[in-house]
Write a protein that binds this ligand. Structure first.
Ligand code: RIB
Ligand code: CA
Length: 314
């Protein structure tokens, strides 16, 4: 079955692996890639995206830069996770590819209007572009089959104790997307944190002769530091790439549909996605809750096998 998609990214280490997977999977056709500030400034995100497309010899895919900052939150300096380049230690050659001259919202609009069928939007970044699109052109929601987004959590956070980075970075954007009526599939930290690659596999990749394999080894080789001990964790994660794996192989995950909302209140809970898993709900608030299909478990070994067998030469 062909999956016709638009990707919204903040390339980034794991967005890069997600793009590589999507380009190389035979059942995925990327119609456009929209870039947004998140892991780094939006033009660095776009430049990294173009370079990654070169790395995997992708066909010409329209890429455009979008929102430079969140809707309400102040622009934040990039965190340390993805490094100054946004791709950790990976250095990629300059690219001859060029971005579209339009804003990412206009690229998404143009792509949705010219597609034969409604498209799936796979988002692995703050939802600012998608919020701007849905507020500016609400009629386009009919042209979006669903939004499969890496974001949120029904359990722990990462940017804060309770909030996941993409949602925390722009909670108002998440609220707009969640309340848009577009079908939602949430790929949150509940599964994101479980798709792990051990140090031995990373070392194997890094030692490969193939440039894509060594690039994946370099991306995975960027250490994740345990804040409690200050030491690097003995594994890395494919991160956003698991979202595209869930697109092509949903049977490797278990999804449950639950009410979903995002906390906008200032304070410790801001940006937390709230998943109401109470069987008997006595709703005491008038908050408009969305309904989302949420990935809560995964066959982690099979997901890793899918990722590596798709991205690496066989
Ligand atoms: O919380 C994980 C998300 O934040 C991923 O999309 C990663 O790329 C960062 O953007
Ligand atoms: Ca990302």
């Amino acid at each position: 079955m062909a999956h016709h998609i638009i990707m919204d990214v903040d390339t980034g280490i794991d967005d890069a692996m997600s793009i590589m997977f999507a380009v190389r999977h035979p059942d995925v056709e990327i119609h456009a890639i929209s870039c947004v500030a998140g892991n780094g400034p939006v033009h660095q995100v776009a430049d990294n995206t173009l370079k990654v497309l070169d790395l995997v010899n992708a066909p010409e895919i329209p890429v455009a830069a979008g929102a430079r900052q969140p809707l309400i939150e102040p622009a934040r300096p990039p965190g340390a996770v993805h490094g100054a380049s946004g791709l950790g230690r990976l250095r990629l050659p300059h690219t001859s590819r060029t971005m579209e001259s339009v804003h990412a919202v206009e690229l998404i609009r143009r792509t949705l209007l010219t597609a034969e069928e409604p498209l799936t939007i796979v988002a692995s970044a703050p939802l600012t572009n998608l919020a701007l699109l849905l507020r500016t052109y609400p009629e386009l929601s009919e042209r979006i089959e669903r939004i499969l987004f890496m974001g949120g959590s029904a359990s722990v956070g990462n940017a804060t104790a309770v909030a996941e980075f993409n949602i925390w970075h722009d909670p108002e954007a998440a609220f707009i997307v969640f309340s848009s009526g577009v079908p939602l599939v949430m790929y949150g930290l509940d599964v994101f944190n479980r798709i792990r690659v051990d140090a031995a596999r990373i070392a194997e990749l890094t030692a490969c002769a193939d440039p894509v394999a060594t690039a994946v080894g370099s991306l995975l080789g960027n250490e994740i530091v345990d804040q409690a001990t200050g030491r690097a964790l003995p594994y890395s994660m494919i991160g956003d790439a698991g979202t595209i794996c869930a697109l092509v192989a949903p049977e490797l995950y278990s999804f449950e549909t639950w009410p979903l909302q995002v906390d906008l209140a200032p304070g410790l809970g801001r940006g937390q996605t709230q998943v109401d898993r109470r069987r008997t709900v006595y709703r005491r608030d008038d908050t408009p809750w969305a309904s989302a299909s949420i990935a809560l478990d995964a066959d982690t070994d099979s997901v890793l096998e899918l990722f590596f067998s798709t991205v690496l030469p066989q």
